[in-house]
Design a protein around this ligand. Structure first.
Ligand SMILES: [Zn+2]
Length: 587
């Protein structure tokens, strides 16, 4: 596959050198408004970044946070294959010498091989924020680095506000870098702390620095102007050694340069190697992991790793990518662990539908007589307000009902939901009664819930769990209601989107009605059917053997053994935990 490539040589005409990746998710990223990591969270992220192959992990600022002191103590016990955990701190206080500054002492106590120290490059900051003289600031830089080297540390130097400082007073900004270089700093990292510098100015200033400094350089770019990644790549193009950033670009204000974009750009577009191929293919997984631990919903349009990064909706596009993905994709999604998705919408044609069916291993022949009817049905449903993006579980059921592969696991006889408020000032109580049939057995169950939908969900599962014990592992993860605009002469409808999950998967289902309970019922029933159908298909693929335990249990209950029961789905610790976290958030 030939793709346009940039020049893969550096200024000296030699092959490009690898780039050192420095992640500061746990320090700078933890300063993002909505982020609060526990020590345990930080340790788990550290291990994940090590698996990805990040070279340096900035773990925290032990001089500023007691939590970070504990983190470094615990991080020493981790067995990391590739990553070095780095402690972060400032140059020592102006009023004392290095060996009297308790903050430097706590940096040593973190017991990391590498320490990153930040110092002032901008004359205005030295006199206004640090309240000292320009000469004294140079001594702080020199004295701090010398102190750490004396104690056997490797030292990286972060030149805070370097680009703003250089703009204001280039001679002084360069003197601060020289002070750090001659003191023995191993890397000089140029920081765009306020995130206001444009890529072409970054290029000019780094070129000027390269003319006067021999020590390897790095970049640390904030994203306040939306060019954090562009600035990092500009610096990389100039041959710098280290790129700092964060997984998912989380950070203070508008965040920092997103490593999930930087890494594939460096490696796939610029030929600057930083990870091996297998590590790069875990990028999306690591991105999702950090979103989950951070307890934030991943943005679907995140470049490279977002769910929508390789999603195609327009019929023409889908037709073309079926011939060659190169037509509308800039890289193969598998390179970063993502996947191509074909969305269904009223703009979709047969191509989308066939591609989508293939994704679900539903075999539909081009000439299947039900295909046209299915397309027609989809368009009708979408006209009524159904939307299958995000409700792929309902979509799969719909396809299987049309072209085969569907079976019924239960039959609804009826349900009733009561919401009762007994006294003013008291919370309303919801109760649902459900009446359904499984084979020849009739089941009548009631359950309560915090709301009418919760009560209905509880009653439905309670009624079905004795027939299908695997439903015990299904959790309702997210519930969204949207009011759809009323059409001419019709009342407004609601669309309910439900996300459910078990120990291994997540799936979305949808319902639409003028009645919110009815819309919710459709989505709930689809969710349960989808789970049963998928487990049933998996079991059949595995040879159709029913686990004896489940069969015995069914006989004990006096029921016909249910073919949907696999009784022993693999349980994965991590995904169980993940589901648990989501529940906490939404519950
Ligand atoms: Zn920063």
């Amino acid at each position: 596959m030939s793709r346009p490539r940039t020049r893969h040589v550096n200024a000296a005409g030699a092959a490009p050198t690898p780039v050192e990746l420095y992640d500061t998710t746990l320090r700078d990223g933890a300063q993002a408004e909505e982020v609060s990591y526990s020590v345990e969270d930080k340790l788990r992220i550290t291990e994940k970044l090590d698996e990805l192959g990040i070279h340096c992990i900035e773990g925290g600022w032990p001089g500023a946070s007691p939590k970070d002191v504990l983190y470094f103590k615990e991080a020493r016990k981790l067995t990391l294959d590739r990553s070095a955990v780095v402690a972060f701190g400032a140059t020592h206080r102006a009023g004392v010498e290095a060996d009297q500054d308790p903050a430097l002492r706590s940096l040593l106590d973190a017991e990391t091989e590498i320490v990153t120290i930040f110092g002032k490059s901008w004359d205005f900051h030295v006199t206004q924020a640090l309240n000292t003289t320009l000469d004294r600031n140079l001594k702080l830089i020199d004295g701090t680095i010398a102190f750490l080297l004396r104690h056997g540390r490797r030292v990286f130097y972060d030149a805070e506000h370097f680009f703003d400082g250089y703009k204001a007073n280039p001679a002084y900004a360069m003197r601060t870098l020289k002070a750090a270089e001659s003191a023995g700093a191993e890397r000089l990292i140029l920081c765009d702390t306020n995130g206001g510098t444009m890529p072409w100015h970054v290029r000019e200033m780094i070129s000027a620095v390269q003319a006067g400094i021999r020590a390897p350089l790095g970049i640390h770019a904030h994203n306040d102007s939306g060019v954090g990644v562009a600035n990092s790549l500009t610096a990389a193009e100039l041959g710098i050694t280290q790129v700092q950033g964060m997984i998912n670009g989380l950070g203070e204000r508008c965040g920092n340069a997103d490593l999930c974009a930087i890494i594939p750009n460096l490696q796939l577009k610029m030929g600057r190697r930083c990870l091996d191929d297998a590590q790069l293919a875990r990028l999306k997984e690591v991105s999702r992991f950090v979103w989950e631990i951070t307890n934030l919903q991943p943005p679907t349009h995140q470049p490279y790793v977002g769910e929508s990064a390789f999603a195609h909706k327009g019929g023409v596009h889908v037709h073309a990518i079926r011939k060659s993905p190169l037509t509308y994709e800039h890289i193969r999604p598998e390179l970063v662990g993502n996947r191509q998705r074909v969305l269904i919408s009223d703009s979709s044609g047969k191509s989308n539908l066939l591609q989508k069916a293939a994704d679900y291993h539903v075999v539909i022949d081009q000439s299947n007589p039900n295909l046209a009817a299915l397309l027609e049905q989809l368009k009708t449903l979408e006209g009524q307000g159904y939307q299958f993006e995000g409700a792929e579980g309902s979509f799969e059921l719909l396809m299987k009902k049309a072209v085969g592969g569907y079976r019924r696991f239960f039959e609804l006889i009826g349900f009733r939901v009561i919401v009762e408020k007994r006294r003013e000032g008291e919370e309303a109580v919801s109760e649902a009664m459900i009446h359904l049939k499984v084979g020849d057995a009739v089941e009548h169950t009631a359950a309560e819930g915090r709301g009418p939908v919760g009560a209905l969900d509880n009653a439905l599962r309670k009624a079905l769990e004795k027939f299908y014990p695997e439903l015990q592992e299904v959790r309702l993860l997210d519930y969204k209601v949207r009011v759809l605009a009323a059409g001419r002469g019709t009342a407004s409808r609601v669309r309910v989107l439900i996300e459910s999950g078990d120990t291994e998967h997540k799936w979305g289902t949808v319902g639409v009605s003028e009645n919110i309970i009815e819309a919710s019922w459709q989505a709930l029933a689809d969710s349960i059917e989808y789970k049963l159908l998928r487990d049933h298909a998996q079991k059949q693929a595995a040879g159709g053997q029913e686990p004896p335990r489940a069969a015995q249990r069914a006989r004990r209950n006096g029921k016909r053994p249910s073919s949907g029961d696999d009784g022993g789905v693999n349980r994965k610790g991590s995904s169980r935990k993940r589901v648990g976290r989501r529940e906490r958030r939404e519950g």
